[in-house]
Design a protein around this ligand. Structure first.
Ligand code: FES
Ligand SMILES: [Fe+2]
Length: 406
């Protein structure tokens, strides 16, 4: 057993409710609107790593449930976050997902320009407007927090504490990865999407029970040792110490060989993959060779994309680069397998034969994620789908009822 890895076992209580969310919650468009408002706009979202925007004027953008975020490094090297919404008529001011502005942000619609600190520099044909105060008509700022090199934003105030506070109990464990100093390996990717509700993807990701059967490469790497801790205060931890021995699959054998050749200080990192789940929709992954994130981006109740990126160590050498190549290969296989499982799980809910599920103790993380969802949106306790137009009212009237009694 790896001496650096500890499992703080958090067992499910006896007689815990092993049923999942009612299936209607995966297909209901009114509920999706509530999720957009109460979950996605009001909870922290990972935006990028500081290394994604390394120079003055470097930026990334991303959209989520109708909102648009813009993270940019200004002239003073400060990182700033804004709504990517022009103050003239609401166009995107930057319409690529990453890039660099020289010294000005210029809206592609009518050409209003903004300084890198968000203030209005000038309207095109300014004399066709009354006088515009440059601060007042600047880009609207977004709430932002940088935690150990990662940039988080929130579209609206919400129930979570600061990111630092949220992740406080894991600070010691993850600080050894020194992720302030990481470097971008490629632009953040948001190109894979599928016809699946975002919760079905999260349900698959929130348990490791399926690893042994569904992920041959992960099973070869760590299958016997994988352990999920449930969500506690909106954060989960899953730890996957590598199996003893050399492995069976080519990529796993060579990945472990590379890891064994790491030198100080990287050989002091745990021989394990560590995943930190952050409610409601993203995960940070800490591996000996890389740090990574992945995040569900719902486009609608039935279509979701995954936004993800991988970061390397600033002092990466050839061995570490090879290890990174191999871990990306192992991960890519698992991601494709998980897409397939998520779609099968989502589709299976429509079958008349599928009248309910039973969760294993090894799937307790799924339940704790559902509990967190129910706490914010108690209408999810209703076994029967509310009739059209009544969902909001039923959610509000259920606010004060205990779980499963709404
Ligand atoms: S919408 Fe941006 S300049 Fe008109
Ligand atoms: Fe999986």
């Amino acid at each position: 057993m790896n001496p650096h890895v500890t499992n703080a076992k958090l067992e499910p209580p006896s007689n815990w409710d092993r049923s999942g969310l009612p299936y209607w919650t995966y297909f209901n468009e009114e509920l999706f609107e509530l999720e957009a408002e109460e979950l996605f706009r009001k909870h922290w979202q990972i935006a990028c790593h500081t290394s994604d925007i390394p120079k003055k004027g470097s930026y990334i953008t991303f959209d989520l449930v109708g909102e648009r975020a813009l993270i940019i490094r200004d002239d003073e090297n400060e990182i700033r976050a804004f709504h990517n919404v022009c103050r003239h008529r609401g166009s995107r001011v930057l319409d690529t997902s990453e890039g660099r502005c020289k010294s000005v942000i210029r809206c592609p619609f009518h050409g209003w320009s903004y300084n890198l600190d968000g203030s209005l520099r000038g309207a095109a044909k300014a004399n066709s407007f009354p006088a515009l105060e440059h601060r007042k008509w600047g880009l609207k700022p977004l709430e932002m927090e940088i935690w150990r090199g990662f940039v988080f934003i929130r579209f609206k105030p919400g129930p979570q504490p600061s990111v630092a506070n949220l992740l406080d109990r894991l600070e010691d464990e993850v600080s050894r990865y020194n992720h302030v100093e990481l470097l971008q390996t490629a632009p953040i990717d948001c190109s894979s999407s599928g016809n699946v509700n975002w919760k079905s993807i999260r349900d698959v990701d929130n348990e490791g029970y399926h690893v042994a059967r569904a992920h041959p490469s992960l099973n070869d790497l760590y299958g016997k040792n994988y352990y999920d801790e449930p969500f506690v205060n909106g954060v989960s931890r899953s730890i996957a110490p590598f199996n003893e021995g050399s492995g069976k699959l080519w990529s796993v054998i060579h990945y472990k060989k590379m890891i064994d050749q790491f030198t100080s200080p990287h050989n002091e990192l745990p021989r394990a993959w560590l995943y930190i789940g952050i409610f409601p929709n993203f995960v940070l992954g800490f591996y000996p060779d890389v740090v990574t994130f992945y995040q569900e981006i719902p486009f609608s109740v039935k279509e979701t994309a995954i936004r993800s990126s991988t970061y390397k160590r600033a002092d990466e050498n050839r061995t570490m680069r090879l290890a990174r190549y191999l871990s990306e290969r192992i991960d890519a296989t698992a991601i494709a397998e998980d897409w397939h499982l998520s779609i099968m799980w989502n589709e299976g809910m429509k079958s008349s034969a599928n009248t309910g599920i039973i969760l294993s103790d090894l799937e307790y993380g799924v339940r704790t994620h559902h509990d967190a969802l129910r706490e914010i949106l108690p209408v999810m306790n209703h076994e029967i789908e509310p009739t059209r137009g009544t969902l909001l009212e039923r959610n509000n009237s259920a606010q004060n009822l205990p779980p499963n009694k709404a």
